[in-house]
Design a protein around this ligand. Structure first.
Ligand SMILES: Cc1ncc(COP(=O)(O)O)c(C=O)c1O
Length: 484
């Protein structure tokens, strides 16, 4: 059953102390810890490793005051000696500061390695980003056509919070072609789908509202909703997909729902037609259709709003064409778009015109549907699954129906530790807990198949070495890589 959680440890179980630092309760820490008891090595080391990863991941924020050793030991069901030893290790390595008669507070060591430069080490294989490279010729041609059209916009000021007429029309036509009647005034253009989510969260949510989310889900959506001080109601996307009854029950308790039914990130699953037809949610619902064009086996699904006319759809060309375009949109009733238009100037005053015109060209030429890219993704997906089966036979990675990622399950809860050590072996990955709340998914990692097959094979070979090192007691110190 769905349960409201406050993933950062703020909220119910935290308070601000007299010195201004946030006190994290032992219950909040325990929730974030997940299954730390399992795994090799002594308990105090597993505990300090896990706390360090939570600090590096930002889930235990700088300056936060941790619970006392005794309180944490009681809630974790372990000895005070174990917690004391873990805290001492963190103090020694610069992750905790202590003062007499005060709680230990989170800090970072002075010599924390700086973030890798943009683009990272060129020898490292980056499996943290799940996005395909740009289709060079198609993009060139679209921008050439956009530049021809651009002078038509020069007489106006160029600030347009709804987007250019050309792109709003092209997006509306894209829905029309897919069988969903849509007028340009149902469309607002945004700077990518992430911007759309931020705008919707700011406009639709009040502090402490509950947001129903898929579990796992897209990490930046989690961040968007928690930054809006919402509480999250996770509903499992399990091996057989979405559960209508659970979604509907959670929807009665939530003020907003956020679902990724088309080639869900990270699992790649597609919500069945049966669930789509039956699902009725009592709360406003955001449907993230960022992955819609990436149907690898079978046809792409109908637009969700065809079944749920009240749904607010969010789309993007980041996965179908290129993330660097930074173009997305919201399809909603004009009354909601008016509210968004009023909220928008707090963060931005519109979307760059040339990129909008180029995207309109791409949509009108049907070039967001790219059979050659789908063919390539299919072959890379199959190569990744094959190489996983050869090198890491204990890892279970079901075949996704679409999208760009495998959701791989290990036997042991090693995900955060593997992500922290993997860069030492020349590969970066996104650990499972980043896709969930409360420390869930410690046995999972997300593996994108957007790189060439030869690189994917090499990445799996490197991960195998990293996993071997972990099993022999090695630990890594790398913080979480940026994800998309
Ligand atoms: C499900 C989902 N929604 C939104 C986004 C953000 O998309 P954009 O690049 O258009 O902001 C992503 C990017 O990875 C995603 O996977």
């Amino acid at each position: 059953m769905a349960q409201a959680l406050t993933p950062t440890g703020l909220g119910f179980h935290s308070q601000i102390d007299y010195a201004g630092s946030v006190k994290i309760s032992s219950y909040a820490v325990a929730r974030m810890m997940g299954t730390w008891q399992e795994g090799p090595g002594p308990a105090h080391q597993r505990l300090s490793d896990r706390l360090r990863l939570l600090i590096l991941d930002g889930r235990l924020s700088l300056g936060a005051a941790l619970p006392s050793e005794r309180d944490l030991a009681t809630v974790l069901g372990t000895s005070r000696t174990t917690v004391g030893a873990a805290y001492r290790t963190l103090v020694e390595h610069g992750y905790l500061a202590t003062r007499a008669r005060a709680r230990a507070t989170v800090r970072l060591p002075q010599d924390t390695p700086p973030e890798p430069p943009a683009g990272g080490d060129p020898m490292t294989i980056d499996l943290s980003f799940a996005a395909p490279p740009a289709p060079v010729e198609i993009l060139h041609a679209a921008f050439a056509a956009a530049l021809e059209r651009l002078p038509h916009h020069f007489e106006r000021h160029g600030y347009d919070r709804y987007g250019t007429a050309e792109l709003r029309e092209a997006v509306a036509d894209w829905y029309q072609r897919r069988g969903l009647p849509t007028a340009p005034d149902h469309i607002m253009i945004t700077n990518g789908a992430q911007h759309a989510l931020g705008l919707l969260a700011r406009t639709l949510l009040a502090p402490r509202d509950k947001v129903l989310i898929d579990h796992p889900t897209y990490p930046h959506a989690i961040r968007t909703f928690t930054d809006a001080h919402a509480r999250l109601l996770p509903v499992a996307v399990g091996a057989s997909g979405w559960d209508t009854a659970q979604l509907q029950a959670a929807g009665r308790d939530a003020q907003l729902a956020y679902l990724i039914p088309d080639f869900h990130n990270p699992t790649g699953m597609c919500m069945s037609a049966r669930v789509r037809h039956r699902l009725r949610l009592a709360c406003p619902t955001i449907i993230d259709e960022t992955m819609t064009e990436l149907a690898l086996d079978g046809a792409k699904p109908e637009p969700f709003a065809a079944h749920m006319p009240t749904a607010v759809s969010v789309g993007s060309v980041s996965k179908s064409v290129w993330g660097g375009l930074r173009i997305g949109w919201i399809r909603a009733l004009p009354s909601l778009l008016q509210r968004l238009e009023k909220a928008r100037p707090a963060t931005d005053l519109g979307t760059p015109v040339v990129e909008q015109l180029a995207t309109a060209v791409l949509l009108n030429r049907r070039q967001t549907e790219r059979p050659d890219t789908l063919r390539q993704l299919r072959s890379q997906r199959d190569a990744l699954r094959k190489t996983l089966a050869e090198h890491l036979p204990d890892v279970h990675a079901p075949q996704p129906a679409g999208g760009v990622t495998l959701w791989a399950t290990f036997r042991e809860p090693i995900s955060s530790r593997l992500a922290a050590i993997a860069p030492d072996y020349g590969v970066t990955i996104a650990a499972g807990p980043r896709f969930g709340i409360g420390g869930a998914f410690e046995r999972h990692i997300r593996l994108p198949y957007t790189l060439p097959s030869s690189q994917l094979t090499e990445a799996v070979r490197r991960l195998t070495q990293a996993q071997l090192a972990l099993s022999q007691g090695a630990t890594g110190t790398h913080g979480p890589a940026p994800v998309a």
